[in-house]
Write a protein that binds this ligand. Structure first.
Ligand code: PRT
Ligand code: ZN
Length: 225
């Protein structure tokens, strides 16, 4: 059970951000045993509890005030923000720091064998994505409307499977696009992992601990630059 008196930090349990998140905390001197499959891990030397969850759950946990801090990709955070706003909610959080891992871009990609003549040519077409709100925000700014094909995985196979005309997905090396006969035509969002804090009241002790962590993170990142 999580203790009310300890700082709660949510991080990805297993995935592209989990090593970076774990290393960052370890380099800040937070001693945690993450070798178990447990949802919750306790720091041995500081009043900190670590909640290990799917990355998609982290923005909501912060916005709902369930955890004090979260380490998550800006892409997932921004998508959740836009999604909640679309439902008429007023989500909020504090961006504490951009981190130095988890870099990627959310890009539009089209089949290499189909001529591409600017994003206007996507008007009225179907686009497969896991990020419908970020995509809609970007395309509507450019006066382009589209039909969504919402997929939480295997987005890159959608055009070949006849499900969509193009895709909007995360890219890092570009190898996945290439392997699927797609080419990146427009970057719509650049993302890195970031550290966010919940809004609302917090005890002096907790705030002091957050400040201590932030100072250490600053030092760790500077030393790696
Ligand atoms: O299980 P859980 O829900 O926690 O994990 P997940 O599978 O949803 O996410 P995960 O671990 O794949 O990614 C977590 C976060 O890492 C993302 O939200 C991004 O902030 C960041 N990130 C950085 C990436 C990538 N790089 C990345 N390349 N997330 C996903 N990819 C995928 C992309 O979707 C595509 O399938 O990698 C493929 C493309 O990679 P390249 O190198 O071939 O271009
Ligand atoms: Zn996820």
């Amino acid at each position: 059970m999580l203790s009310k008196n300890r700082l709660r930090i949510a991080m990805q349990k297993s995935g592209r951000l989990s090593d970076g998140s774990r290393e960052l905390l370890a380099n800040c001197g937070v001693k945690i045993n993450l070798h178990t499959q447990r949802l919750i891990a306790f720091a041995e030397n500081m009043p900190i509890d670590i909640l290990r969850v799917r990355d998609d759950d982290i923005p909501g946990l912060v916005m709902d005030g369930v955890v004090d801090l979260g380490i998550v990709g800006e892409n997932v955070l921004e998508e959740e923000l836009l999604s909640r706003r679309a439902k008429g909610e007023h989500p909020s959080y504090k961006m504490l720091r951009r981190l130095d891992f988890g870099g990627c871009r959310l890009s539009l990609a089209t089949p290499v064998d189909v001529p591409f003549d600017g994003i206007q040519s996507l008007n009225g077409t179907r686009i497969a994505t896991s990020y419908p709100y970020l995509l809609k925000e970007y395309l509507s700014k450019h006066g382009v409307s589209f039909k969504p094909c919402m997929l939480n995985g295997s987005v890159e196979v959608a055009p070949r499977a006849g499900l969509a005309d193009s895709i909007c997905d995360l890219v890092s090396s570009g190898a996945t696009l290439e392997a699927n006969g797609l080419r990146e035509v427009e970057v719509i969002y650049r993302s890195k992992a970031c550290l966010v804090q919940r809004e609302g009241e917090m005890s002096e002790e907790r705030l002091a601990l957050i400040n201590k962590l932030l100072t250490r993170i600053q030092g760790v990142i500077q030393a790696r630059e």
